[in-house]
Design a protein around this ligand. Structure first.
Ligand SMILES: [Zn+2]
Length: 284
């Protein structure tokens, strides 16, 4: 029974080193902050003007290929034909499925999601890649995670469960066997980031702090149960609640139990190389 690598793929979370004063990163996060601080801060712009976007950033992470060059710029939030082709051919879930290994997306999708997708299919890069690999959403028999991390979807983002629930979910995910890769597409941070403006709305600041505290509890549960895991992000946004838009902040890339280095031994400097590290963890 193989022990899976767990990939916490944050959406729109810039690195604390590039966050302004008053950022949600100033929340007390006894597990998450040291974990992120011990990792790397990666460039998400790839030297291309404009603000990094989810579809190109996530395709870099999922394929280790330069999605920004393929699109001649940053593109998102959902992948179009060019990026979908890249994900069809080279995304990690597809590659693992082709070589007889098992991957699963841990996100919980409510019934309304499937009705909406039937009317107008537009998956983000993560669900798209798992579907392209012939895998299902809401895979049975796994502890699934709500991407809102227990906050209500809309303002004032009231919490619906406690930190202990998230610690226990982390332990449950760490106890899964028989998989090579388990991914959590944690996109609610980008949604909260887009609510940003100056001055920062009170409710938003509190919700962002609660979101990180839940992520901290999830990570604590995972690490205490000995999980091998990586944490990444596609672009900045949430770390600066003074603005509605994405940012050019560097993004966190942190790990426990696996190396953050490229197959040749060098340290990655941007999200493209971050994706190459992940590809390298599963062999050539
Ligand atoms: Zn966004």
């Amino acid at each position: 029974m193989s022990t899976p690598l767990i990939w916490l793929a944050l959406d729109g979370v810039g690195h604390p080193a590039d966050a302004p004063l008053g950022s949600p990163w100033q929340t007390e996060l006894p597990t998450l902050r040291p974990f992120v601080d011990a990792g790397l801060a990666l460039d998400a712009t790839l030297g291309v003007p404009g603000l990094p976007q989810s579809a190109t950033g996530q395709t870099c992470w999922l394929t280790g290929q330069d999605a920004v060059a393929a699109m001649h710029g940053h593109f998102g939030p959902q992948p179009g034909p060019t990026l979908r082709r890249m994900l069809d051919e080279a995304s990690l879930p597809v590659r693992l499925a082709q070589t007889g290994r098992r991957a699963a997306l841990l996100n919980f999708y409510p019934p309304g999601h499937f009705a909406a997708q039937q009317e107008r299919p537009r998956h983000g890069c993560f669900p798209y890649s798992f579907l392209a690999a012939g895998l299902s959403l809401n895979p049975p028999g796994l502890p699934l995670l709500a991407p809102t991390l227990g906050l209500e979807y809309r303002a004032p983002w009231t919490t619906t469960d406690g930190l202990d629930d998230w610690r226990r979910r982390g332990e449950a995910v760490a106890a899964v066997r028989g998989y090579d890769l388990l991914v959590f597409d944690a996109w609610f941070s980008d949604l909260l980031g887009h609510e940003g403006r100056a001055p920062v709305p009170d409710g938003l600041q509190a919700a962002a702090g609660e979101y990180l505290r839940r992520l901290d509890a999830l990570l604590e549960g995972l690490l205490e149960a000995g999980a091998a895991l990586v944490l990444s992000s596609d672009h900045g946004n949430f770390e600066d609640l003074n603005v509605k838009s994405h940012t050019t902040a560097r993004v966190p890339f942190a790990a426990s139990g696996v190396s953050l280095n490229l197959p040749g031994g060098a340290q990655p400097t941007n999200v493209l190389e971050g994706g190459q590290v992940l590809q390298g963890l599963f062999g050539p």
